[in-house]
Design a binder for this molecule. Structure first.
Ligand SMILES: [Zn+2]
Length: 466
């Protein structure tokens, strides 16, 4: 397919004129090519007021049972409330929120301080999250288990996954929860520092949130990040599958927000990949300078059209054409470590495991490829539920170990070992699986119907490469 420029240019008759005004008015970006027409002013472009922009007061949150109580903690830029339902996690969540601010400053010009601190609410149950999500966004973001809301300057994140307090205190806030808190905090940072935040393109809003939270979590040592991390690599793998099937929108389509046909994982993967391409390469600092200038502008009815046209102009047809042809190769150049969408429990932090219950009813430990693995413990789940442990690695059929609750018993005890060449499983004292498994395992998962898994008790887990 021939390269195309951003469709916004074709769609907006006055884009060339607007782009000229934009680039003339923004000193931080490259000076525009000489033009014939003199710069014009538009009626809605008003002079920037003196001093930093002050956001209008946040709309009050609805008075819902799910938002009562909890532990509040206030940092330099954010407020965090760890709602009732489990051990207070406000300190770790606040650290995750605050971790993004230096990058928000560098990437889009968030000022050093903020007058009105936005709030991140940590929910212990999906039911609590759903009550608030329904009231604020009408169920549109029910599946996300995390969202940020412009009018109330609040973000809501479900603590994932449901595991016993004992395990939670051992591993702290899971990687996925830290990432979600960091991701939504980037959205909140835009909301409280940019007068035009409500008009930022969705691909860019999420591109910033994905890239900055990924980088902040890596820098803080909470995650290995991007193609190595279970959360992001799962999405990259999903986007790569779409790319191989010819279903992935191209770079310019992504920049126009054309992601409606993509699934949940591949949509975020594609946005992350497109943003990384824009921000990592030659265009990175130019685009960041552009964002710092434009995000600080007063809002107005033409802000978005001016922004899109200015960005098109900034990137130039040549740059966009190059990006357009390089994007498929860029997408496929990464080697995502994990490729099982929706599942992960990653040993991202040097042998400590991190759990993510991404898809309903599925939970997994994800491990770095290991030839020697032991998982043993006790699972407590509802009678009659079909649960299973699963062992696998890329390119190999998954070995499934069914876990059935014996009649009259409350729990099922299991021990699964991989000794380098065979996988053996014993469930309630009886050997249930004994199969060759020559090669490393990279996924140890559990599947259970939603709400059926009640607890893990005293699970021991070890993995080593040799
Ligand atoms: Zn987002």
């Amino acid at each position: 397919m021939p390269p195309r420029v951003l469709p916004i240019v074709a769609a907006t008759a006055t884009a060339a004129v607007l782009a000229m005004i934009v680039t003339a008015a923004v000193p931080a970006v490259r000076s525009p090519a000489p033009r014939d027409a003199p710069p014009q002013t538009l009626p809605d472009l008003v002079a920037a007021p003196e001093g930093p922009w002050l956001p209008p007061p946040a709309a009050p949150l609805p008075d819902l049972p799910s938002l009562r109580g909890g532990t509040e903690r206030v940092g330099a830029h954010f407020r965090v409330v760890s709602l009732p339902g489990g051990a207070d996690c406000s300190a770790e969540a606040l650290a995750a929120a605050e971790s993004v601010w230096p990058l928000c400053r560098a990437w889009f010009g968030a000022p050093d301080s903020v007058r009105e601190k936005p709030t991140v609410w940590i929910h212990w149950s999906e039911a609590s999250y759903h009550e608030v999500e329904r009231a604020l966004t009408g169920g549109r973001l029910a599946r996300n288990l995390a969202f940020a809301h412009l009018a109330t300057r609040s973000a809501h994140v479900v603590l994932q996954a449901r595991i016993p307090d004992e395990a939670r205190s051992a591993i702290g806030l899971h990687e996925v929860t830290r990432r979600l808190v960091a991701h939504e905090s980037v959205h909140l940072a835009r909301y409280v520092t940019s007068p035009n935040a409500g008009k930022h393109p969705q691909w860019l809003a999420d591109g910033l949130a994905l890239c900055i939270s990924d980088e902040a979590c890596r820098a803080a040592g909470w995650s290995v990040a991007f193609a190595e991390c279970a959360v992001t690599s799962t999405r990259i793998a999903a986007a790569q599958k779409e790319a191989r099937a010819g279903e992935l929108p191209d770079f310019t389509e992504l920049l126009s927000g054309e992601t409606a046909d993509l699934g949940f994982q591949s949509r975020y993967g594609a946005r992350h990949l497109a943003a990384r391409m824009l921000f990592d390469g030659r265009t990175g600092e130019t685009v960041r300078a552009y964002l710092r200038a434009r995000f600080a502008e007063p809002d107005g009815p033409h802000w978005r059209a001016l922004f899109d046209a200015g960005l098109s102009d900034l990137l130039t047809v040549r740059t966009l054409a190059a990006a357009h042809s390089e994007f498929p190769r860029w997408v496929l150049r990464f080697e995502p470590r994990w490729d099982d969408p929706g599942l992960s429990l990653d040993t991202g932090r040097a042998g400590r495991w991190i759990q993510w219950a991404g898809a309903a009813g599925r939970t997994a430990w994800r491990i770095h490829p290991a030839r020697i693995v032991t998982v043993a413990g006790e699972a407590e789940f509802l009678s009659g539920a079909e649960c299973a442990l699963r062992f696998g690695s890329p390119g190999r059929p998954v070995v499934t170990v069914p876990l059935r609750r014996p009649a009259g018993a409350a729990t099922t005890r299991f021990r699964v070992t991989l000794d380098g060449s065979r996988l053996r499983a014993t469930v309630d004292g009886a050997q249930t699986v004994d199969v060759p498994f020559d090669g490393p395992a990279s996924a140890v998962g559990l599947t259970a119907p939603p709400e059926c898994l009640l607890a893990w008790n005293g699970v021991e887990f070890s993995a080593s490469a040799r």
